[in-house]
Design a protein around this ligand. Sequence first.
Ligand SMILES: [Fe+2]
Ligand SMILES: [Fe+2]
Length: 160
Amino acid sequence: MAALTWNDALALQQPRMDDTHREFVDLLNAVEVALQGESLPLEQALDRFVQHTEAHFAQEDDWMRRVGFAAQNCHSLQHAQVLELVREVHRRLRDEADVEVVHALVPALAEWFPMHAQSMDAGLVQSMQEAGFDPETGALQHPLPAEAEALAGCGSGRGG
Ligand SMILES: [Fe+2]
Ligand SMILES: [Fe+2]
């Protein structure tokens, strides 16, 4: 069974983010399938997942900066923590042939992702809409006033 299945509850009505999240789900499932020895070599599948996750989080972190989130905001910090874990699992697979850590990682991420998407990513989409930010063009219609500069809250947009 797939570790995580795409469903409507994961769609946040932000096309770029939703596409990236569908790819996240697909690549996580590819790691799961590789663990069963049914497709790509495991290291290759995990490699793809790590590279995609780096780009996925970097994209959202960039959008947060553009709409006015503080650099040390809670959403970005969670990305950094998850990425550190994923990279450590990648290193242990590569250097120590530790497959067990990958077995533990996949269900943990499958549980983490829907919570993250429905709270922090949904909050980011809301802030992007409020700011009139178009990620395709970089246009920002309603720059935030200076006093609203630090959007450091977790998950529910401004100050949440
Ligand atoms: Fe995301
Ligand atoms: Fe995120």
